[in-house]
Design a protein around this ligand. Structure first.
Ligand SMILES: Nc1nc2c(c(=O)[nH]1)N[C@H]1C(S)=C(S)[C@@H](COP(=O)(O)O)O[C@H]1N2
Ligand SMILES: [Mo]
Length: 333
């Protein structure tokens, strides 16, 4: 997206040979973990950061809960990006517009205490502490592909739970057709919100149709790589919708509203002809300024750009295509 930057440009200095080497080693460990997962106990280890990475910190109760997450079959054949790439090559405009801004500027962002306000067309409304939001929830690891609309992608081992579980607890009314999500607005802690160059009307907003929001693949994440989320990846609570362009996966959520009409969404507000509400990954529908037929899988290969074909619905078509049957995906991009 990013009107000021050409897509697909990642400085070689941003992904070092060390990352690539560490990732290879990490992948071998992952393979061993997978083999263990197929053994009698069925238990295997969560994907961990490659050796020596700094780990983020959250409240003790959340650290413990995340560490106790169970593993799942999702994405076990994928090769996760090194933690050092997933936590330093980010889009989080609240902290600046370049990829390295979030990891450089989000460190002091306050994520504890954290409240989420639930409202709109539902029976149970109010402001809930994160601990209440997560009460009774069993966390699991899911390795998902993340495809940015800018035509790069990464594989990330998230820890979270199905949004559908949360939605059920707030008892949406039959008038609830969409779910709206809103990110924190704290200009004192978010330098990007003070920037005069920003095109986003704060706070950042996203939305899903109710059937998308309650689809089992739709994840509320509180962790990655076996630990809580780093601030730059949307701590303490963010959405992950793996079949849609990354901008739908809104970070640091403070409000969830059930609505009767389609909610306004940030990138759609900025450039409606470029970023639709649905934003399903689709290699056949190009962005007006670039092709969506392929993507750069990060980190890059030592030689070459590691360009791969983009898959319909980011490879999740079997699970989600039926949500859109009868819809013209060129019109509803
Ligand atoms: N609040 C907020 N959420 C956001 C963004 C943002 O700028 N602000 N960027 C989005 C985009 S464009 C992408 S690709 C993903 C990136 O997630 P990651 O940094 O965890 O990989 O976050 C999404 N969520
Ligand atoms: Mo993105």
């Amino acid at each position: 997206m990013k009107r000021f930057r050409t897509p697909n440009k990642i400085a070689p200095s941003e992904i070092t040979p060390k990352d690539i080497y560490l990732n290879r080693r990490h992948f071998m460990q992952g393979g061993a973990a997978l083999a263990a997962g197929l053994s009698a106990t069925g238990a295997h280890a969560l994907v961990q950061p490659e050796g020596g990475s700094a780990t983020p910190s959250g409240p003790d109760w959340l650290e413990r809960k995340v560490a106790a997450a169970s593993t799942t079959a999702y994405g076990q054949s994928e090769k996760p990006a090194p933690y050092s790439a997933a936590s330093t090559y980010n889009n989080f405009y609240e902290f600046g517009m370049s990829k390295s801004d979030p990891s450089r500027h989000a460190g002091d962002f306050t994520t504890d205490p954290w409240n989420v306000t639930i409202g709109g067309e539902c029976e149970v409304k109010g402001t809930f502490a994160l601990e209440d939001i997560l009460k009774g929830v069993n966390l699991e690891e899911r390795i998902y592909r993340l495809r940015c609309v800018e035509a790069w992608s990464m594989v990330i081992p998230w820890i979270g739970f199905s949004l559908s579980e949360l939605i059920a607890r707030f008892k949406p009314l039959s008038s609830a057709k969409y779910v709206e999500f809103i990110t924190a607005e704290r200009p004192k802690e978010m330098p990007g919100q003070r920037s005069v160059f920003s095109t986003i009307r704060w706070p950042y907003r996203e939305g899903l149709r109710m059937d998308e929001a309650t689809h089992p693949l739709t994840l509320m994440a509180v962790g990655m790589y076996g630990d809580v989320l780093p601030n730059q990846n949307g701590a303490p609570l963010r959405l992950v919708v793996p079949w849609k362009y990354g901008f739908k996966s809104i970070k640091s959520i403070v409000a969830i509203n059930f609505t009767e009409t389609m909610p306004e969404t940030s990138w759609n507000q900025i450039a409606p002809h470029e970023y639709g509400f649905y934003a399903n990954v689709n290699p056949d529908v190009d962005h007006p300024r670039w092709s969506q037929a392929s993507e750069r899988r990060l980190p890059g290969a030592l030689f070459g750009s590691n360009r791969i074909d983009t898959q319909m619905f980011n490879g999740y078509a079997e699970e989600v295509a039926s949500l859109y049957s009868g819809m013209d995906l060129r019109k509803w991009y």
